[in-house]
Design a binder for this molecule. Structure first.
Ligand code: G3P
Length: 242
């Protein structure tokens, strides 16, 4: 069975999402890939965070694009998950890459560029240049975005890496693009995939969010390329048992 398991924002079910403890646990779980989100701070640094604002996951307030790295590093990104994670900080992309390199990570890193709400002009080229400057990266990288523009740009810049389009709505367009192979890979919601599974070449589809054993089983049996889960250990165990 080749269905790959991606830890969504790291092992975000049990650890504060998109933080080093969540990434360390994902690496230890032996999962096939790690998914994370990249945005830019006011001073142009790569910030690992899902939301455009720091409010939900940290003790701070405001948009990432209006805060400097120093300000963001002063925030607590663990306390909202549990007091046991007090003082966990928001990582940069560089810190995550350092961790993966040091851990000899052999899986895939899925970098979602959060360009659908805030364009972050130039982020695609900056991420591409940064990754190219890291000659020590041995793992594979997949780019993804909800933004058509970003996906096309990434595909042009870095044709040998997969650039995947994310879909939460407008599924007829997802099917059309997928059939025409305008985009290489497609990431979409599990509920919707379950209803329309027959309309996709499943080996280019990665659904999210797959957290229950029933959904995981569905993915393994249907042969999708991979899926995103907050619980990579649970998924790996099921994969071994199937
Ligand atoms: O690729 C699927 C996944 O990246 C979408 O998840 O919630 O992190 O945007 P989210």
């Amino acid at each position: 069975m080749n269905t790959e398991i991606f830890a969504h924002r790291g092992s975000s079910g049990d650890f504060p999402e998109n933080t080093m403890p969540a990434f360390r646990d994902a690496i230890d779980s032996g999962c096939d890939g790690i998914e994370t989100d990249v945005q830019l701070s006011k001073d142009g640094r790569f910030i690992i965070m899902h939301d455009e604002k720091v409010n939900r996951t940290t003790n701070g307030k405001g948009y990432i694009q209006n805060l400097t790295l120093e300000q963001i590093k002063g925030l607590d990104a663990g306390i909202k998950k549990s007091t046991q994670f007090r003082d966990v900080t928001v990582p940069t992309l560089e810190e995550l890459v350092d961790l993966l390199v040091a851990s000899d990570f052999q899986g895939k890193l899925n970098l979602e560029l959060k360009t659908n709400k805030i364009p972050y002009p130039g982020i695609e080229k900056q991420v591409f240049d940064y990754l190219n400057s890291r000659t020590d990266i041995k793992f594979e990288i997949i780019y993804s975005s909800f933004s058509d523009r970003s996906v096309q740009l990434l595909h042009k810049l870095d044709a040998h890496r997969v650039a995947a389009k994310l879909f939460k709505k407008n599924f007829s367009s997802a099917i059309a693009l997928h059939k025409e192979r305008v985009i290489e890979d497609i990431h979409l919601e599990i509920g919707w995939l379950k209803k329309h599974i027959g309309e996709f070449q499943v080996n280019h589809v990665r659904p999210w969010l797959v957290n229950t054993p029933a959904d995981m089983e569905f993915c393994f049996k249907s042969g999708v390329a991979g899926f995103f889960t907050d619980y990579p250990r649970r998924a790996m165990k099921l994969k071994r048992e199937m």
